[in-house]
Design a protein around this ligand. Structure first.
Ligand code: GLN
Length: 251
């Protein structure tokens, strides 16, 4: 290598370092600064920059695997749609360090009181509240997850909930006969999608800044407030990944 190519190489390394450092502070990861296998010519420096956004599934309890599979598919679709300049990656989040560099988090359905207690025990609760309140973390709560992100739970103490989204929600609102059922609903911006409700809650009231995205028989079943999304049903249990793609778009 001539002295000049060494200089060019050193210069490109320095640019990579600066970009990586900047990207870390905005939760991106940088890959492949130089095309693998490329010969560094004196006059050419290849900087092949790909920004990767990580989106997490809270891996504590409930429909984690189903969400992860659907999220992976959604990430793949949107990564190729972005013409390679932006990529999305699905990750599992179990503890605070997993949250590093994650720009969106899905809280799956399950049992809201259990997930809430474990969020506190694993030390995740405060960190999620801190980052989400700063607008630094998009959150999608499905079913139990929607209960956890609601600011108000009808008739309930909410010691372990996250209290982030301006909605009022009632747990197990469908009574015995309708405990669990499947139907299809019109989701604003996506179209008709299948919806599975399992001992679902009901969104009873929404605040001023909340947009209603879907209703079932007149009742609100999906809503969004800025970076927060709540669905009372389970899109991860169907083959339709429309809502997962919608959420990736929010991150
Ligand atoms: N009934 C559960 C709760 O109140 C939620 C059910 C679900 O997530 N499918 O936490």
């Amino acid at each position: 290598m001539t002295g000049f190519s060494l200089f060019v190489f050193g210069f490109s390394e320095a640019i990579f370092w600066v970009i990586t450092t900047l990207n870390k502070s905005v939760n991106y990861t940088t890959f492949s600064p130089l095309r693998p296998g490329s010969r560094l010519e004196e006059t050419e420096v290849f900087i092949d920059l790909v920004l990767v956004k990580r989106i997490g599934v809270l891996d504590i309890q409930g429909s984690v695997e189903e969400h992860f599979a659907a999220l992976e598919d959604a990430c793949k679709n949107l990564s190729s749609a972005g013409k390679g300049s932006k990529k999305y990656e699905a990750v599992l989040v179990k503890n605070i360090s997993d949250l590093d560099g994650v720009s969106g988090l899905i809280i799956p359905g399950g049992e809201s009181t259990t997930i809430g207690k474990l969020l506190r025990r694993f030390g995740l609760r405060e960190e999620i509240i801190k980052r989400a309140s700063k607008g630094d973390l998009a959150i999608w709560g499905t079913c139990a997850g929607a209960i956890l992100i609601a600011k108000e739970i009808v008739g309930r103490e909410q010691a372990d909930s996250l209290g982030l989204m301006d909605i009022s929600i009632e747990r197990n609102a469908y009574g015995r006969q309708l405990d669990s059922f499947e139907t299809s609903i019109e989701f604003d911006g996506i179209g008709k999608i299948p919806a599975i409700f399992i001992r679902a809650p009901l969104i009873k009231k929404v605040g001023k800044g909340v947009v209603v995205l879907a209703k079932n028989e007149g009742e609100i079943v999906a809503a969004r407030e800025g970076k927060f999304l709540a669905t009372t049903f389970h899109p991860e249990m169907t083959n339709d990944i429309g809502v997962h793609e919608y959420f990736v778009g929010m991150c």
